[in-house]
Write a protein that binds this ligand. Sequence first.
Ligand code: KIV
Length: 262
Amino acid sequence: MESRVMLTTLYKMKEKGEKIVVLTAYDYPFAKIADESGVHIILVGDSLGMVVQGESSTLPVTMDQMIYHTRIVSRAAKIAMIIGDMPFMSYQASIKQAVVNAGRFLKEAGAGAVKLEGGAAVSETIKAISDAGIPVQAHIGLTPQSVHKMGGYKVQRDEEQLMSDALAVQSAGAFSVVLEGIPSDISKKITKALTIPTIGIGAGPHCDGQVLVLHDLLGLNQGHVPKFVKQYAAIGDTAGTAIKQYANDVQTGKFPAKKHCY
Ligand code: KIV
């Protein structure tokens, strides 16, 4: 049996130039499929607010909801590293609260690490959580929890700021950093400058790994599909067709047939 993906696995992959595969998951069946399909890291993202709960941003997601979903995912995944995403206002108000909340992901939900958004501004928080023995993945560039401050979900292009954020989170002890919504040439420079792995989403091909939101990859989202998404399936359409057939079969008396009866 393959062993669990650890921090050392990720560092070795960066060293060897092997790409790290990251995917979000929020429930048991999809976490199991992702784990059995070679995904190295399953991120239980606060994106669940938008793709599972139907919210218009990630801001309403609570700690208890994140713990609930992370626990389910941890039960399903035997190989992948599980990262629990710290939701809005679970780490911003005080460093003490951040450490306590980060600890809940490991203690109550079986995660191996946490992720939080922000660069130099959250470096003390990253250091405190990391010093408590909890691996932290940072997240810079387009940070969805700051949607109001950014004035929308916009590509971030301030190279100097991005580089200094990346270096700050690395110095603070982050084991990895997500680069979201950043031009490819800047991600390339950051990836070269850092010793920790970079994981890109809308950040081009030069990152050490890539992450996508499961529902985007599977075509389960209705509405706008961002430029950086590649849809590998149209599960939403397939599910719609199946459910329409079921409804029709029930109404026309085709279901249940004799073979479905006791
Ligand atoms: O919440 C999430 O799923 C994320 C990824 C998109 C990086 O933060």
